[in-house]
Ligand binder design. Structure first.
Ligand code: NAP
Ligand code: GCO
Length: 265
């Protein structure tokens, strides 16, 4: 088997929300496989810190301020990346937020904001890069889905609705553009230790683990939280020629949670 199928040499990758967390780890992995990296976030402070972090890893990343929900800004972002690095070969729709509010207490505005960023944003970004991919004759789109693309839980109605929709958007991009040699797949991380899940892992006042932390440990066969590094290999696989016949699939990287009923209390 030719190992070059996992190479991303000469490819241009955009990782949305790549300033830290899962996006940063995925960008690091794609860079390690040879890709040129572009990322965006919403604040100059986070961008500046991220540029230092990428430099510390020896990665020449190109950072841009852009909110994925603003279509004109996303189109300008794609044009800037094409000018600076070349036509985008790989899009990782990673940028996302969560609001943990009981549904009956959640405002429609809060619900809309989560769906706007977690579902409409990936639509806007995919719509912006697909024409260039069609011209090039190939493309890879990786949507960062979630356990909540499959399961619900209390307080995350907007997030689950958005991530469930993102799973179906992934399948629809496959259906609509697979004929243009564009592969659109999802990665469904389990519970990953990042700033987004920090509230679920906070130590209690008596020093004990957060109840949710203990719950996830009991629900995960691997008996641990994931770390962003656990997503690096799956991302390189789905961004590379090694996955050219994989399309419309969501690859769950969850330590086995989805396969496990959970440990008897
Ligand atoms: P995170 O630590 O909160 O990072 C989110 C990133 O998205 C940040 O870089 C943030 O940067 C950026 N972002 C947020 N809204 C944006 C917008 N409107 N436009 C552009 N950038 C935006 O989250 P994470 O844990 O790394 O999660 C990354 C992705 O994985 C999300 O889609 C999340 O839903 C998904 N996920 C996470 C887990 C987990 O357990 N952590 C599991 C499954 C799926 P700025 O705030 O500076 O813009
Ligand atoms: C939550 C968590 C999850 C994770 C992830 C699981 O509050 O349940 O934040 O939603 O972020 O999406 O795959």
């Amino acid at each position: 088997m030719d190992q070059k199928m996992f190479s991303l040499e000469g490819k241009v990758a955009l990782v949305t929300g790549g300033a830290y967390g899962i996006g940063f780890a995925i960008a690091e992995a794609l860079a390690g496989a040879g890709a040129k990296i572009a990322f965006n976030c919403r604040s100059q402070e986070n961008l500046d810190r991220a540029m230092e972090d990428y430099q510390a890893k020896g990665i020449e990343a190109h950072g841009y301020i852009c909110d994925v929900t603003h279509e004109e800004d996303v189109n300008a972002l794609v044009a800037a990346i094409e000018r600076d690095l070349g036509v985008i070969d790989i899009l990782v729709n990673n940028a996302g937020i969560i609001k943990r509010i009981p549904m009956t207490e959640m405002s429609a505005e809060d619900f809309r904001q989560v769906v706007d960023i977690d579902l409409i944003g990936p639509f806007i970004c995919a719509k912006a890069v697909i024409p260039g991919m069609i011209k090039k004759g190939h493309g890879k789109i990786i949507n960062i889905c979630s356990m909540m693309s499959e399961l619900g839980r209390e307080t995350v109605s907007a997030y689950a609705a958005a991530k469930g929709g993102l799973k179906m958007l992934t399948r629809n991009i496959c259906a609509e553009y697979g004929g243009a040699n564009i592969q659109c797949n999802g990665i469904g991380p389990g519970y990953i230790a990042t700033p987004q899940t920090a509230p679920l892992r906070e130590r209690q006042s008596d020093g004990s683990r957060h109840p949710f932390d203990q719950f996830i440990i009991s629900k995960t066969p691997a008996a641990r939280w994931g770390v962003p590094e656990d997503l690096m290999g799956p991302a390189v696989f789905l961004a590379s020629d090694a996955s050219n016949f994989v399309n419309g699939h969501v690859l769950y990287v969850d330590g086995g949670i989805l396969a496990y009923i959970g440990k008897q209390p």
